[in-house]
Write a protein that binds this ligand. Structure first.
Ligand code: B12
Ligand code: SF4
Ligand code: SF4
Length: 361
């Protein structure tokens, strides 16, 4: 075992990653898939994905001396860094953790600090999600999973509820290391189509291909506009993100089953997945607070959590869930949005949905 492998293995265990691998950095092998996806305009309003093309195709544009990529996968279920104030609305599992851009980057910096002592002449650059790096590709090339039909990277043991992060480095891989490098995993989806069938908005337009403008995760996190009327009802009670195409996946179910055996009854998998029926009163108060807070107050409230990214659009998401869950007691707060510069049409639609509900009194 080389000195480098020993160090990396030690750091993997010390930092609690489920996987950590190093591999050569070149042109990503899935780049043509990415180019086709962008070319077909499937990236919706995420213009930055197109702008990142040149760097994603050739990461050496960041630094021409780069040689290798260290990839890590970090499970986010069960929650690793739970929110201080759990959100009673339905949010994606990853978002039940504090913002990973911070704590995962800190872990990468621990690796970098250690490697810099051992290899002082080399350079290291850490990336967590937000950089122009094709993250699933590099983890795939380093043998850490296959691409599911839901587009996620899945590992036979760890499922897909994990983050991917990486360190690009000028450090070359020792030849002995290359001989033990993991090969990309084969596709274990087989004939299964559960993710495609469960998607409420049919965002998975064919196996492995997502039309982002239809995905609830895009609509509630990335999109800056109000979703088209035709999609609103289909968004159900998702307030931030969506996990359906992953929680239905047999490879994640396998992980859930394993956890259910080791978890105490009080922390059942369903509870951790935020799938249980929430106390209506708590939910009503939560949405009342969202609708009556200023954008500045929301930013303060959600700073350090993934929900911070949606900013004032959390109000948009709330209006949709309020309508779909027919939360009539919030009508007065919804009415206050009838003159809102951005959400007036949405508020009108929301009230129309609420009016369809017979008042229980
Ligand atoms: C934009 C983006 C989104 C968009 C678009 C997602 C998408 N599927 O394209 C939206 C907002 C919808 C989104 C949602 C989510 N995202 Co996101 N997202 C990204 C981001 C920033 C870029 C992804 C991208 O370039 N998409 C374009 C497509 C074409 O590329 P890709 O997703 O990398 O897919 C590759 C494979 O699918 C592959 N491929 C698939 N099939 C095949 C078949 C063949 C033959 C070949 C050659 C290749 C191939 O080619 C692609 C290019 O390498 C990455 C971070 C990053 N910098 O990479 C995170 C990332 C992909 N997201 C992540 C997560 C966690 C999520 C959510 C789970 C969050 C949530 N619960 O709401 C959902 C999952 C929804 C889903 N089914 O993908 C993780 C994925 C971890 C994993 N295990 O796969 C990433 C890597 C962030 C991170 N650092 O952890 N996301
Ligand atoms: S995250 Fe939800 S909306 Fe997006 S593809 Fe998966 S199931 Fe469909
Ligand atoms: S649900 Fe089935 S088809 Fe979809 S990613 Fe999982 S194994 Fe593959």
């Amino acid at each position: 075992m080389t000195e480098l492998t020993q160090t990396l293995l030690k750091l993997k265990d010390q930092l609690g990653f489920n996987q950590l691998q190093i591999g050569p950095l070149g042109t990503p092998i899935t780049i043509s898939f990415y180019e086709k996806w962008i070319g077909e305009n499937l990236h919706a309003g995420m213009g930055y994905l197109k702008d990142h093309m040149a760097t994603k195709k050739d990461p050496r544009t960041l630094n021409q001396n780069l040689n290798s990529v260290i990839t890590v996968t970090q499970s986010y279920f069960p929650t690793k860094h739970p929110l201080e104030n759990p959100v009673p609305a339905r949010i994606a599992t990853y978002a039940q953790n504090n913002d990973y851009h911070f704590w995962l980057k800190e872990k990468l910096n621990v690796i970098i600090d250690e490697l810099k002592i051992q290899y002082p002449d080399h350079e290291f650059m850490a990336f967590v999600d937000s950089g122009p790096i094709l993250e699933r590709n590099w983890a795939y090339e380093n043998g850490m999973g296959w691409f599911g039909k839901n587009t996620c990277l899945i590992h036979p043991q760890f499922g897909s509820l994990f983050f991917i992060a990486e360190i690009l480095t000028t450090l070359p891989i020792p030849p002995e290391e290359l001989s033990t490098k993991l090969e990309p995993l084969p596709d274990f989806c087989g004939k299964c189509r559960k993710c495609i069938d469960i998607c409420p908005t049919n965002a998975l337009i064919e196996p492995h291909v997502m039309k982002a403008e239809l995905c609830i995760s895009y609509l509630t996190i990335e999109s800056k506009t109000n979703p088209p009327i035709a999609l609103r009802e289909k968004m159900g009670d998702w307030f931030f993100g969506c996990d359906l195409c992953q929680t239905t996946c047999p490879w994640n179910e396998k992980v859930f089953r394993k956890l259910a055996i080791t978890e105490s009854a009080a922390t059942s998998t369903a509870k951790l997945l935020n799938l249980n029926d929430k106390n209506d009163m708590e939910l009503t108060e939560f949405f009342r607070n969202i609708l009556t807070s200023s954008n500045k107050q929301l930013a303060k409230q959600f700073f350090g959590t993934p929900l911070f990214r949606a900013g004032g659009n959390l109000k948009r998401n709330a209006l949709i869930v309020i309508a779909n869950k027919r939360m009539v007691s919030l009508k007065p707060q919804v009415k206050n949005y009838l003159d809102h510069p951005k959400f007036s049409e949405l508020a009108e639609w929301c009230l129309a949905q609420l009016d369809q509900t017979k008042d229980p009194s």
